[in-house]
Design a protein around this ligand. Structure first.
Ligand code: HPA
Length: 251
């Protein structure tokens, strides 16, 4: 078996997933990094017989907004303890009409609209300038494993799509969504970047499991409500658990 297959999997949980139901907690590990503190201690546990690590992106009590997440510390901490494979679970809004709320999508591309975030490790005290290749932003092996897991759980998951990462914490205007659609975005979320590119900078295998929580601004029947988001997240998260279960069994 190669290193990637043997490596422990980590889940970064987003809105609606501050802990992983069904995970037996072994220990919590506080990790300090040169880039500051991660969102929470890393939780080591057993999920249906498989060792894994869980990190709640928005903190244990869900108090860190998307633009304040210390993405550098989160990925660095996971790498520091030897993690090579990460699934980022993320709530998103749907721009593409085929990606209805409550469904799961495994995106294959990203457009980054975020700003003012610490988005690289190649910043200070460099001995040389580094440009990572980011043509295909997600780890294709892990994407395919997630899609195969969805299908063995008898769930349909969108097999691709472009994730547009916005700054937040406000939601978008309807015209911003129109512009994003013209750009080619299918989904909109606030946490997909720089998480994906930092993982690539660290040479980690990273994929996103997007849970569609709402129609994007201007695409539904009225304003976007937190109630609507929570309801769809509840439905979507049940699917995420089933997919993760199959993923752990298969890797
Ligand atoms: N926009 C941005 N981020 C989101 C959305 C949205 O509509 N829904 C969930 N996260």
């Amino acid at each position: 078996m190669n290193d990637l297959l043997m490596s422990k999997l980590a889940i970064i949980g987003g809105s609606g997933i501050t802990r992983l139901d069904g995970m037996e907690i072994l220990r919590r590990e506080v990790v300090h990094t040169p880039f500051g503190e991660p969102s929470a201690p890393l939780t080591h546990g057993i999920f249906h017989g498989h060792e894994m690590v869980f990190l709640p992106r928005h903190g244990s009590a869900h108090t860190i907004p998307p633009h304040r997440v210390n993405y550098r510390a989160n990925l660095w901490a996971l790498r520091q303890i030897g993690i090579q494979k990460v699934v980022g679970v993320a709530a998103v809004g749907a721009i593409n009409p085929a990606m209805a709320p409550g469904t799961i999508v495994i995106p294959d591309q990203i457009i980054d609209y975020t700003y003012d975030r610490d988005h690289t490790y190649f910043d200070d005290n460099l001995t040389h300038v580094t440009h990572i290749d980011f043509t295909f932003p997600y780890c294709e092996t892990l994407r395919q494993q997630l899609l195969a897991s969805a299908s063995s759980a008898n769930l349909e998951a969108g097999a691709g799509g472009t994730y547009g990462a916005t700054q937040g914490p406000r939601l978008e205007t309807s015209m911003e969504i129109n512009r994003m659609e013209k750009d080619g975005c299918d989904l909109v979320g606030m946490t997909g970047m720089p998480e994906a590119s930092l993982a690539r900078e660290l040479d980690m295998c990273y994929a996103c499991c997007a849970v569609v929580a709402n129609w994007a601004a201007g695409r539904g029947d009225g304003p976007i409500t937190m109630r609507e988001i929570e309801e769809h997240l509840t439905v979507g998260m049940k699917k995420v658990y089933k997919i993760l279960l199959k993923l752990f069994i298969s890797t």
